[in-house]
Design a protein around this ligand. Structure first.
Ligand SMILES: [Zn+2]
Length: 174
């Protein structure tokens, strides 16, 4: 994932100002460059959120679509937490993370993916509840926000509603 972000950062910098050093930037540099767009945003009025995908399929129920390596979030988690974003939106449902990852977010809220956005199979309440309980071993409840992994564009409307309802019913238990 970092190389993908880096290439996008380079692209935007290339188009706006002088070319950056071609050496591979650190995660901290990537985050500070990427989130400069929030620099003058009043955080008392606006929630500054970054959503980070590990890969998006081209159709519903696609299998083995390209994804970033599983440890990609971990590599940039500390830099994300030190950046000026308030919340980070991460995928977890389609491919479980090592939840130790959540310990890296000491102040940043985590919008935690609990719904697979490319699967027509509905998650069960038990499945989602167990994942939330597991996550709460690593992060405070006040920092954890239930969400789908990503956009719901592949899901038929009714199925998307049904999946969201299951997630919300679970979230209300906490
Ligand atoms: Zn996404």
């Amino acid at each position: 994932m970092a190389p993908i972000i880096a290439s996008k950062v380079f692209a935007s910098i290339d188009s706006l100002c002088s070319p950056p050093d071609k050496a591979s930037p650190s995660p901290k540099t990537i985050c500070s460059l990427t989130f400069n767009c929030f620099a003058n945003v009043d955080s008392t009025k606006v929630e500054r959120i970054a959503h980070i995908c590990c890969g998006y399929p081209d159709k519903l129920d696609a299998v083995n679509y390209p994804k970033a390596p599983l440890d990609s979030y971990k590599k940039i988690a500390n830099a994300l937490d030190a950046s000026l974003i308030d919340s980070v939106s991460l995928e977890d449902a389609h491919r479980y993370n090592d939840l130790e990852l959540l310990r890296n977010f000491t102040k940043t809220k985590v919008i935690f993916g609990l719904i697979k956005i490319a699967s027509s199979q509905k998650e069960t309440e038990e499945e989602i509840e167990n994942r939330v309980l597991d996550a709460l071993n690593y992060i405070d409840k006040q920092q954890l926000i239930a969400a789908p992994d990503c956009g719901l564009g592949h899901l038929p409307r009714q199925l998307a509603i049904e999946k969201l309802k299951i997630m919300v019913d679970v979230a209300k238990k906490f």
